[in-house]
Design a protein around this ligand. Structure first.
Ligand SMILES: CSC[C@@H](O)[C@@H](O)C(=O)COP(=O)(O)O
Ligand SMILES: [Zn+2]
Length: 206
């Protein structure tokens, strides 16, 4: 796929996620890693109106290559940290959903997952041993969030390609854009199931 075709695919997925109600009010951002560069959505844009020509191309240091007055996502640092931590990652998706925000309140540093079959779709074979989803504190400084993610996930690799930022949203990664889309859909599916369960979870019958 050419760089232009990749930009078009990223913009199309942005519009798709916006239509799902997952990127309202300029929330959310998406990126692709391609040939050592990052293609990423512009900051502050309505994600339902993004076109291929709006996607920014960043060099290896995260500097925009195509200039102009558009700025890359304010959360570029988070995308870059995930690409550094996960060399196989080719795409990152970040959305704002009410379900993610409510789920992020159900754990201090991690959200326990019930043994849902769909967890297999996020690359973990044994749903009955589902690992928790890491939760990171939100912060006005995105760099601080990125550093927190790097420090924690460098030492305890995330078994699932998903993380939650409290009061904020969900971020997933995948080898391809299709993988990342599957991961975000299944992560949000899990949050909807979790929110329908009693909380705090009753102690298991003894
Ligand atoms: C509605 S403000 C949302 C932003 O602060 C941020 O959280 C976000 O997800 C979108 O930022 P952006 O810079 O457009 O990529
Ligand atoms: Zn956000």
């Amino acid at each position: 796929m050419t760089m232009t075709e990749q930009k078009i695919a990223l913009a199309s997925l942005s519009r798709h996620l916006y239509r799902k109600g997952w990127m309202e009010g300029t929330g959310g951002n998406l990126s692709l890693r391609s040939a050592g560069r990052i293609l990423i959505t512009p900051s502050g844009a309505n994600k339902g109106r993004i076109r291929g020509e709006d996607i920014l191309e960043l060099d290896g240091e995260g500097a925009p290559l195509d200039g102009g007055n558009r700025k890359p996502s304010a959360e570029t640092a988070i995308h870059r940290v995930l690409y550094t931590l996960f060399p196989q990652a080719g795409a990152v998706i970040h959305v704002h959903t009410p379900e993610a925000i409510l789920a992020s309140l159900r754990g201090k540093t991690a959200l326990p997952l019930p043994p849902l079959e769909v967890i297999k779709g996020m690359g973990f074979p044994l749903p009955e041993e589902a690992p928790p989803i890491p939760i990171f504190d939100n912060d006005p400084s995105v760099d601080r969030i990125a550093r927190d993610i790097e420090n924690r996930l460098r030492n305890t690799p995330a078994p699932l390609p998903v993380l939650l930022i409290r009061h904020h949203g969900t971020t997933v990664w995948g080898n391809t854009l299709d993988d990342a889309l599957r991961h975000i859909e299944l992560a949000e599916f899990c949050f909807r199931v979790i929110l329908s369960l009693p909380y705090p979870s009753p102690a298991p019958d003894t």
